[in-house]
Design a protein around this ligand. Structure first.
Ligand code: HEC
Length: 143
């Protein structure tokens, strides 16, 4: 009899733990979904690409090819709690223009300045839209 009681106790504890794990899993999934909105993926790609460009510039290379993927900023879907307002459209256009100028071989402005200008546009938009990643974006600036 005593043994049976222990068994139930144990089974109860086990199922409790299982439930907890399931809840944890669910929460993680929601988080992941947020993380991977089309726009968030694009942003992370733009971050990685600009980091690569920064390294090239520091190494004395002149980047020549505007990454066409950056134009997706005009169409990529945002996390569902955010929407595209006029502000966002205006900043996207300014950002794309500044980023294109990085690859403008005819420009007289030093490449470092043009690159920092483009990163400055990332930061300007983030100041109005989502301030969280700003410290990370600032690391892209060439000092
Ligand atoms: C026109 C406005 C705008 C511009 C320009 C912009 N961002 Fe963003 N960024 C956003 C918004 C809005 C989000 C949130 C996206 C979402 O949650 O769907 C975001 C998200 C991010 C994130 C977080 C992504 C994640 O995993 O959640 C990073 C990192 C980021 N941006 C870096 C950059 C970099 C680097 C640039 C410039 C190369 C840049 N952003 C240019 C508006 C902008």
């Amino acid at each position: 009899m005593k043994q049976l009681l222990w068994f139930f106790c144990f089974a109860f504890l086990l199922s409790c733990n299982l439930k907890e794990k399931q809840v944890e899993k669910k929460e993680k999934k929601v988080y992941d979904m947020y993380e991977s909105s089309e726009m968030a993926i694009l942003m992370n790609q733009m971050y990685a690409h600009n980091l690569k460009i920064k390294k090239e510039i520091i190494a004395g290379k002149i980047p020549t090819e505007f990454p066409l993927d950056f134009l997706k900023i005009h169409t990529a879907e945002l996390s569902d709690f955010k929407y595209r307002n006029e502000n966002f459209q205006a900043f996207s256009t300014l950002f794309v223009a500044a980023e294109k100028d990085v690859f403008n071989a005819a420009s007289n402005t030093p490449i470092e300045d043009r690159f920092n200008n483009a990163v400055g546009m990332c930061i300007s938009c983030h100041q109005t839209e989502c301030t969280g990643p700003i410290p990370r974006i600032k690391k892209l600036l060439i000092k």
